[in-house]
Design a protein around this ligand. Sequence first.
Ligand code: PEP
Ligand code: CO
Length: 476
Amino acid sequence: MHRNKRFFAAMPNKMPSTDRNLHPVNLPEGWSPSSWRERPAMQLPTYPDAEELASVQRELRALPPLVTSWEIMALKQHLAEAQEGKRFLLQGGDCAESFGECNSDVISNRLKVLLQMSLVLVHGLRMPVVRVGRFAGQYAKPRSTDTETIEGTTLPSYRGDIVNAPEFTAVARVPDPRRMIKAHARSAMTMNFVRALIDGGFADLHHPEYWDLGWVTHSPLADEYHHMVAGIGDAVRFMETLSGSEVHNLNRVDFYTSHEALLLPYEEAQTRQVPRQWGWFNLSAHFPWIGMRTAALDGAHVEYFRGIRNPIAVKVGPSVTPDQLLKLIDVLNPDDEPGRLTLIHRMGATNIAAKLPTLLDAVRRDGRRVLWVCDPMHGNTESTANGYKTRRFDNIRSELEQAFELHAAAGTRLGGVHLELTGEDVTECLGGARELTERDLERAYRSNVDPRLNYEQALETAMLIVRKQAQIAAPA
Ligand code: PEP
Ligand code: CO
């Protein structure tokens, strides 16, 4: 059977006339891949040995890139279409990948969940979905404090496997630049496996059973999902009978990668010029984002991001004012380039109604071109009495539903969702179809950082997006 030979769709040499003009943002004045070094940098580790850090950067610069500029430009086109209301963005994966979980099961299960969710979304929203993984590089974490104290001992905080190790010992917590080389290698292995799976037909719509996860057969959601899949299978076979040939493109999907581009020495070393394109690309991921804690206008991260040609995203938290947001848009997308800028709001279920509408109004009134995406996870983190960091599914649901309503009321469009999820049977978030309780958290809590939706809760989220969108679209 014909298999997709163009995973991560190759860009044609000449853009067809229907493509948007992703017109050049002029090379930003005074920018270079290292100009961030002149700005205040938040959340970066202090490496004990500057010489070793420089040597690791030299090594990284010489390694092959993880993605290519034409894949990046293809994604930018897709995001431009999402801005026009023609696509929906599904972005999801772990809060933090770990070196220890770079294995076949974790990677393929996460891919399965994302494929299932995207099937639910395509079917329910009746539009193409842009699939972006939070993987193959999601190794650096911002922390609320620089140090952690346990029983009188104070050590540097764990900042993700690309920086140090989570164990609470002095040795484990020393930032080690060699970890960047490991992270690059793990990202390449993850990417290689995902590309091979998809290239080999794993995402083929003729065989959605490839993506079934063993432990789900008893899920309360299984019936609804399988019913939908059977319906799609019938439709595919019907179309193939009618046309007398295989329906095109059902065996291929595009999958893109993203991570929080937090560790600037690593990102800088992956920032390159490529033949036949002007400007600089971050070739460690298609779609890097700026985290909420590092989105200061005059900070190092915004400085770095303004100069790369990738599509980029910024997390927007409840403390951002309309004025700050407009200034940020000016700096990051001065030419209003299509597909360039995504704003991911993460307000929390109790804040969103008070905080989001003024931002939506300001951006709409100014006619700025952005893609609005909701992250219903990071504003809803809490601690339980038994000491677990968790999130209630009800709050996640509530923030998402409110987001759809607030956008509809503001005359803007919610064009995507950003989620922390895993294909593993973990118990980290409370509630959902299986009504996980605080006691369940003890059973399978595995995250080193933030609590993730498990498979079932993730699928439920996709279903609730479809229901909410249908309700919003229905005439009153
Ligand atoms: C994250 O996405 O894991 C994260 C830290 O988010 P935020 O920057 O929104 O807090
Ligand atoms: Co997180």
